[in-house]
Design a protein around this ligand. Sequence first.
Ligand code: ZN
Length: 415
Amino acid sequence: MNSFTYLFLFFLIASFAVEYWLSARQKNHVLAHRETVPAAFQATIPLETHQKAADYTLAKSTFSDFESVISLLILLCLTLGGVINWFFESWATLQLSPLMTGLGAIGSLFLLMTLLELPASYYQTFVIEEKFGFNKSTQKQFIKDQLLGLALGAAIGLPLLALILWVMDSIGSSWWLWAWAILVSFSLLMSWLFPTVIAPLFNKFTPMEDGALKQRIQTLLERCGFHSEGIFIMDGSKRSGHGNAYFTGLGNHKRIVFFDTLINSLEDEDLEAVLAHELGHFKCKHVIKMLISSSAMSLIGFAVLGWLIHEPWFYEGLGVQQISNAAALLLFMLVSPVFTTFMSPISAYFQRKFEFEADSFAAEHAKASKLISGLVKLYKENANTLTPDPLYSAFHYSHPPAAIRIAHLESKMVS
Ligand SMILES: [Zn+2]
């Protein structure tokens, strides 16, 4: 224990308290508006659907409050409780090279944390999602997903970790620049590998059949001067009733992916407008901007770690006596989110700004009225609340609240 311990505890408790307070506000706000559908949606959303969305939001918030308490306790056990120190000590007794000791300690701790998260993930899928009719996954599918996720995490994560630890041990004082360059290259590689190699391990991607919808989409793509490697339909209904559409890949490897659940619930013109919104994200360079800002953030992170790694108080303050590069890296990964919680409203603000820009793009290249009808159907089908607390949504929402987003689209409609 030293002054850094108190600083860590202060940030940990402050961020927990703020999150808890915001969540309580969100629950009160949703509950207070449960009995009436907001005026803007009275023609399109029945009271019953509105109440289901309220109950679903309340159930998820209550569970996530509980999860936050558990995560807080786990982080305290790992650090001040001495669990991390114990793992590093135990691996050190095996007398392996420093790199293997670090790899073993971090790898086994991540395995432990994954196992600790399992019950929450199970409860979310088979209790909450099940209760509201969204879960389509079976227990067998769930186990298969977990094992596949774990195997992939090890196959991809361990070599990457080994490379970074090697750079830390061998390159000298500029290691953090090299480690950062490796991480950025790795994330570029992943954005290429994910759609073509990894996602198909979990889901089936079928090229969209020729027909009216495909024709409509291709016309939209041409109109916007956009090239993609194909339009695919993903069997999202295998696991969940929630619908979505997204783009993956970079450069010439962009793919358009629709969940089958979305195709089934939206009209062709709605889908066209939803896709125009997604195209807007590319055309307004949001993808590149996000990539640059996250690379800049990780550069700052590595620079800070490059300094902390030489400071004994950093280890001692977090309950670790076994000083090593691997221990510093692990502590930094676990603890830095505690100090950056208060930055999340800034990134959420920019994400919402991007959503407005993409909506404006969609209104120009497709019909704003169809994006509105598509969104309303999605709010309905996904049981998203229409009445979030303003402070909660300012802090957490990556998308503007329903009423504000639709008012913005309506202002774009040509009368
Ligand atoms: Zn968007």
